[in-house]
Write a protein that binds this ligand. Structure first.
Ligand code: ATP
Length: 257
């Protein structure tokens, strides 16, 4: 038997209260390296708040966050990013007046400044453009690309900081079926390098098809954790989120336009 592998991310007893609202309630879960893990649940369940806690935007009322075995609870967003936690937002954050390529280049240059390694920025940006499938749109202004493409650009910018853990908030919204399939392949290729991906996502076909493990949040509490088939069959998750879908097919619920 080998040594137990260090977890990529450990969330331990995290609670977040906003006045009288408990957005996250004593949540404990972990994310393993080399896996795609989903955090799912109804609107208002606390998923974005949880992402904010992990990325350092939201100090928890109680609990701790560890990354690769180190307690990062007292670190801010930049320090966590330097350690390898990258995040995309539901609200798009790219520089609208810059081109797709320039947006990735800015992120790569920022990363170059933090890290001691010297890399060829142009070839790094080229590699990311090809990998994410944005080559054809490289010179298009970021605020003129469709929403689905803009989400891919967010992911491209996140990759430019060479992350170990990617937090992706509703990454597939705006992608058509074929683009979503390509996106699933991309996620698999990212985790095959040992990165970990944690996604908040309402597209249940994507979640059930691509994720290795799923945590379900409901009213801020982890209601269930397990393999996709375990989550699909869990009556508590059916009641709280998936609904009574015909033919055991999960419904796509709570998605945003
Ligand atoms: P969605 O799927 O709609 O994005 P979510 O699961 O991400 O929902 P959160 O946005 O984390 O849920 O919200 C959880 C709860 O906390 C909600 O009741 C929300 O209204 C509340 N909440 C979130 N942020 C704040 C805040 N800054 N101040 C007060 N209440 C907040």
């Amino acid at each position: 038997m080998g040594q137990p592998e260090t977890k990529m991310l450990e969330v331990d007893g995290v609670t977040v209260r906003f006045g009288g609202i408990t957005a996250v309630n004593d949540a404990t879960f972990s994310v393993e390296p080399g896996t795609i893990t989903a955090l799912i649940g109804p609107n208002g369940a606390g998923k974005t708040t949880m992402f904010n806690v992990i990325s350092g935007l939201q100090p928890p009322t109680a609990g701790r966050v560890s990354f690769l075995g180190d307690d990062v609870s007292d670190l801010g967003t930049h320090a966590r990013a330097r350690k390898g936690i990258a995040r995309t937002f539901q609200r798009l954050e790219a520089f609208g007046s810059l081109s797709v390529q320039e947006n990735i280049q800015v992120a790569a240059e920022i990363h170059q400044r933090w890290s001691r390694t010297k890399v060829d920025i142009a070839s790094k940006v080229d590699g990311i453009l090809d990998r994410i499938g944005l080559r054809k749109l490289a010179h298009q202004q970021a605020d003129s690309v469709p929403t689905g493409t803009a989400r891919l650009l967010e992911l491209a910018r996140a990759l430019a900081i060479d992350p170990r853990l990617l937090l992706l908030d509703e990454p597939s919204s705006g992608l058509d079926e074929e683009e979503t399939d390509d996106f699933a392949d991309l996620l698999r290729s990212l985790v095959s390098e040992g990165k970990a991906v944690l996604i908040v996502e309402h597209d249940m076909d994507l979640v059930m098809g691509v994720c290795d493990y799923i945590h379900v949040l409901d009213f801020g509490t982890i209601l269930s954790s397990g393999l996709p088939e375990e989550i699909r069959a869990d009556p508590r998750v059916q009641d709280a989120y998936l609904g009574a879908a015909p033919d055991d097919e999960p419904a796509v619920v709570g998605g945003k336009a």
